[in-house]
Design a protein around this ligand. Structure first.
Ligand code: FAD
Ligand code: MG
Ligand code: MG
Ligand code: MG
Ligand code: MG
Length: 566
């Protein structure tokens, strides 16, 4: 009752605000936000919707808690737990939402073209070729036809003053034959739903009378491609499902179940601390998850994967289900925008290049964040002369330790690579002072900056990055004074604060990597990490509603097992 009353109050407030339209700032600028994912959501929640006219365009009218997707794919967590209706999250804000897909961005006219929304996800998730045909047939004959007819929405154009591009990315397949048609991605909610159905199918088929031993082994062989967090977590969750639930209901089949994880690199979770990769490998071998490292997938068919271990011949392994989690590539929309701006400026084929304020280079009023964007951090050596002169306050053409320390302090915001040096400025100064005269000459300074610039890292494609960028952008937009000559003047550049990484590795164990954070230098695997993992998601989950759902899902799975029906 309390919540409903709250919603009602918010609506009344908005209606009152509508009466105040005259009071709204003259010539409000329009901010168009593309997407409703990790990057877009904090922008929408944080932006001052009275200062700007805010319009959101996305083919998905809900936010998706991607980190729990592997749990959804095996039924530990229910689908409705990991999504949150966009419209209810934005109650109390004056934000227009159009459920549509942005198909074209014209950076010169500052206009976008939007249209029907089933090209990106539809309700088929990241669509597989084979499903498209099925959907056509189904649509003709059933209620799907009605659903599809409501989906024929008109195209429209939208002008913007600021465009926030947070459209995320697509699955990378490296053009491996058969992947689009036969493998399952794990990126959107319908993907998880479909994997769950496929697992159920495989077991039910294997339980049919008259199935040969070979066929049974094929049906019970599950292959995961990609040893990053998504692949590892899915393999772990699947193994839990087999050991905790399917072993009870499909007792006779259990001995034939096999889970294989294929990874092109020498190991899994290579982006994390070394000890974590090793811990996970050991844990997986205890759990009988077969990790095939240094192995490339050459093709996927309806009933097998073709793999090649480094230096060996191609072999074909029969299997029932292939889950493809090998990373991301830019969406066509992002590629087209890059080309429209010009590849001389937008030279990174993987993402839109922005400055440290997340403004897309070479375009006016476009900002980008999350998986579709990358920040071009400025190199210090490029401004070596200016920096030297600025720092040399005593004007003796050399830098004392005090001068250098002042510079580091002053520039830490503009050059995040300095962060690694702030703890040991004196030591680095001494190391750089090759002739040991207690000062840095121009040459010595130059060499030191070179070393510092090596610390520039591109930010990973994670929810953590997208989320922080979204919060930053909202604050930045709110602070922009339309009359100021340089909007950057009063706002410092985006700085990423790494809070560590967590991943579930099965059997109530997780890994946690806090190396590279300012908290602790700690990498940990095991049961304690698992509790941290759970409490983290529990506190991170967006609303009370989803928290309640998640809690009851976890309880249900522990007490009654997972729902293993289709
Ligand atoms: P997304 O969150 O993907 O949002 C993109 C949005 O744009 C969506 O709403 C989409 O519908 C919309 N869109 C697409 N095309 C268009 C268009 N043409 N016009 C308008 N809108 C469009 N990260 C972590 O930090 N920790 C984790 O544990 C973790 N686990 C993950 C597990 C899985 C299974 C997956 C798939 C990802 C995981 N990630 C994790 C990564 C994280 O989800 C992404 O980095 C994050 O979602 C990126 O945010 P984004 O806003 O850039 O893109
Ligand atoms: Mg987004
Ligand atoms: Mg998302
Ligand atoms: Mg000096
Ligand atoms: Mg010297």
């Amino acid at each position: 009752v309390g919540y409903r009353a709250y919603l009602f109050q918010q609506r009344v407030k908005l209606e009152q605000a509508d009466d105040l339209v005259g009071v709204l700032p003259e010539g409000r600028k329009r901010v168009v936000v593309l997407g409703t994912g990790w990057g877009a959501m904090p922008v929408l929640r944080g932006i001052d919707s009275f200062k700007y006219e805010v319009v959101c365009v996305s083919p998905r009218n809900y936010f998706l808690m991607t980190p729990l997707l592997p749990s959804v794919a095996v039924g530990t967590v229910e689908t409705r737990t990991v999504c949150e209706s966009l419209r209810s999250m934005l109650v109390g804000k004056k934000i227009k939402f159009y459920e549509a897909e942005c198909q074209e961005i014209d950076p010169k006219r500052k206009v976008i073209v939007c249209g029907e929304n089933h090209k990106v996800h539809g309700d088929l998730g990241t669509m597989r070729e084979s499903d498209k045909d099925v959907s056509k047939v189904v649509a003709k004959s059933s209620s799907r036809a009605i659903a599809d007819s409501t989906r024929t929405r008109p195209s429209f154009e939208l002008e913007y003053d600021y465009l926030i591009v947070a459209v995320g990315a697509e699955n990378q397949t490296f053009n491996t034959p058969g992947v689009k048609e036969h493998a399952h991605f794990l990126k959107e909610l319908p993907d998880a739903r479909r994997i769950r159905a496929a697992i159920s199918d495989a077991f039910e088929s294997a339980a049919m009378p008259g199935v040969s031993a070979d066929e049974r082994q094929r049906l019970l062989h599950f292959v995961v491609v990609g040893g990053g967090p998504t692949g590892v977590e899915f393999a772990a969750e699947l193994n839990d499902l087999v050991n905790e639930d399917l072993n009870l209901v499909h007792k006779k089949l259990i001995d034939d179940v096999k889970i294989t994880l294929v990874e092109a690199l020498p190991g899994v979770l290579t982006m994390y601390d070394k000890s974590i990769a090793e811990y996970t490998m050991k844990h997986f071998s205890r759990e009988h998850i077969d990790v095939m490292a240094n192995t490339f997938v050459k093709g996927v068919t309806a009933q097998s994967v073709k793999i090649q271990k480094k230096g060996e011949d191609i072999s074909e392994i029969p299997c029932a289900l292939v889950v493809w989690a090998t990373g991301i590539k830019p969406r066509p929309l992002v590629d087209d925008l890059r080309k429209a701006i010009g590849e001389a400026v937008q030279s990174n084929r993987r993402a839109l290049v922005t400055n440290q304020y997340l403004e897309v280079k070479g375009a006016d009023g476009i900002m980008a964040l999350g998986d579709c964007a990358t920040i071009d951090f400025p190199k210090m050596v490029e401004s070596v002369k200016i920096l030297f002169e600025e720092a040399d306050t005593v004007k003796d053409d050399r830098l004392s330790l005090a001068e250098f320390q002042a510079l580091v302090k002053q520039k830490a915001h503009a050059y995040p690579q300095l962060e690694f040096f702030t703890d040991a400025v004196e030591r680095h100064f001494k190391e750089a002072d090759l002739n040991a005269d207690g000062y840095l000459s121009m040459e010595e300074f130059h060499a030191l900056l070179d070393k510092i610039d090596k610390k520039i890292k591109i930010l990973p494609a994670t929810a953590q990055v997208a989320n922080q960028q979204g919060m930053y952008l909202a604050a930045y937009l709110n602070s922009i004074d339309p009359n100021a000559e340089d909007p950057h003047q009063f706002f410092s550049p985006f700085q990423y604060k790494h809070m560590g990484s967590l991943a579930y590795i099965g059997s109530d164990e997780a890994i946690i990597d806090l190396t590279g954070t300012k908290l602790f230098n700690l990498a940990l695997g095991g049961r304690n990490a698992f509790y941290l993992w759970r409490s983290f998601y529990f506190t991170e989950m967006f609303t009370m509603r989803t928290k309640m759902l998640l809690f009851s899902d976890w309880m249900r799975a522990k007490l009654y097992g997972r729902d293993i029906s289709r």
